[in-house]
Design a protein around this ligand. Structure first.
Ligand SMILES: Cc1cc2nc3c(=O)[nH]c(=O)nc-3n(C[C@H](O)[C@H](O)[C@H](O)COP(=O)(O)OP(=O)(O)OC[C@H]3O[C@@H](n4cnc5c(N)ncnc54)[C@H](O)[C@@H]3O)c2cc1C
Length: 296
């Protein structure tokens, strides 16, 4: 979470305003007409993310030298909350792509790794996934069972991650693995695994009650051989890296919640002004009109 924008407060405010205006148009045209279709079919709309990439919103925090927008967290929160006002699923996927997978490579990748993966992620050409959670280790992620064992100039990964955003459709994943003793917070390491690597497949997709256009699925590693160059940072640093990435993830989830709440309030106010009972809109009745007046 070390991406502190060096922009002046005035420029940050201008950027946020520009993002709001751009996203209001984009969401009305590209997202709102499809919300029910995507939700009912649980379709993860990949082409939409390519369009968001063209707007610079798949690498919000990525420096411009790696193809990103080079913004800071104020702009990032604006992006996630504006999208989530209209569709929380899309907000969740944008957040997971930006702050988890892309953020991890940006913070802990070496120069060669950043040049290799960040431009594709920031442009939206590739969608990112980030795998920490396992069936029996959610909050207790330090007890993960997925292992990586060194074999020459490769590491061999075995195990299953679940509840992973873009677990099937992600083109590249950052995966936390055990490389040391169970229970040792310095016994875990993070690797980048590209889709198409033999032994790496997507598994079961969750049938969720909400956020249904955001894909949540298993990632399965079966003797998956990953080049040693794909290790992020040092051996044993993976868990500490993951906790730092989750600090940024909490900002994402707060922005998501804020956007969803604002979207729900906007919809409720609009409905109260349209719905007629006793020959007037229900927004004119005291219980509702007081609330709307409070918001003004
Ligand atoms: C839509 C969605 C997308 C996700 N995307 C990703 C992703 O991209 N990558 C990834 O790695 N994971 C992802 N996750 C997984 C998510 O990070 C886990 O769900 C989360 O870590 C919680 O784990 P759990 O569901 O196993 O709950 P559990 O750990 O079983 O917790 C269940 C309940 O017990 C409580 N609890 C647990 N331990 C304690 C304690 N010590 N004290 C008090 N209360 C406690 C929890 O707060 C919770 O309310 C996603 C989950 C969802 C729902």
């Amino acid at each position: 979470m070390n991406n502190i924008s060096e922009n002046t407060p005035e420029l940050v405010a201008e950027n946020c305003q520009m993002i709001k205006e751009m996203l209001r148009d984009f969401c009305e045209k590209e997202i709102r007409p499809n919300i029910m279709k995507w939700d009912e079919s649980q379709e993860f709309p990949i082409p939409l993310f390519k369009k968001l990439g063209e707007l610079g919103l798949m690498g919000v925090l990525v420096p411009q030298e790696y193809g990103g927008a080079g913004f800071g967290y104020h702009e990032y929160v604006t992006v996630v909350s504006e999208i989530s006002k209209v569709d929380g699923s899309i907000g969740l996927s944008v957040a997971a792509h930006n702050s988890l997978c892309t953020g991890h490579i940006m913070q802990f990748g070496n120069e060669e790794q950043k040049k290799r993966w960040l431009p594709k992620l920031a442009s939206g050409e590739w969608i990112g996934a980030w795998g920490l959670t396992e069936p029996n280790t959610g909050s207790d992620a330090g007890n993960m069972k997925t292992t990586a064992v060194r074999d020459g100039d490769h590491w061999v990964i075995n195990g299953t991650k679940n509840f992973i955003t873009h677990g099937i459709s992600g083109d590249v994943a950052v995966v936390m693995t055990r490389t040391g003793e169970a229970g040792d917070s310095h016994g875990m390491s993070a690797f980048v695994v590209e889709r198409g690597t033999p032994g790496f497949t997507g598994g079961k997709k969750e049938n969720k009650l909400g956020m249904r256009a955001s894909e949540t699925a298993e990632m399965i590693f079966d003797n998956c051989r990953v080049p040693a160059d794909n290790l992020l940072g040092e051996v044993g640093e993976g868990f500490v890296q993951a906790l730092k990435i989750l600090d940024g993830g909490r900002i994402s989830i707060a922005a998501l919640g804020l956007g969803i709440a604002q979207g729900a309030l906007d919809a409720a106010v609009a409905y109260s002004q349209e719905r007629q009972q006793f020959n007037q809109s229900i927004s004119k009745f005291q219980g509702i009109s007081f609330k709307i007046a409070d918001m003004a």
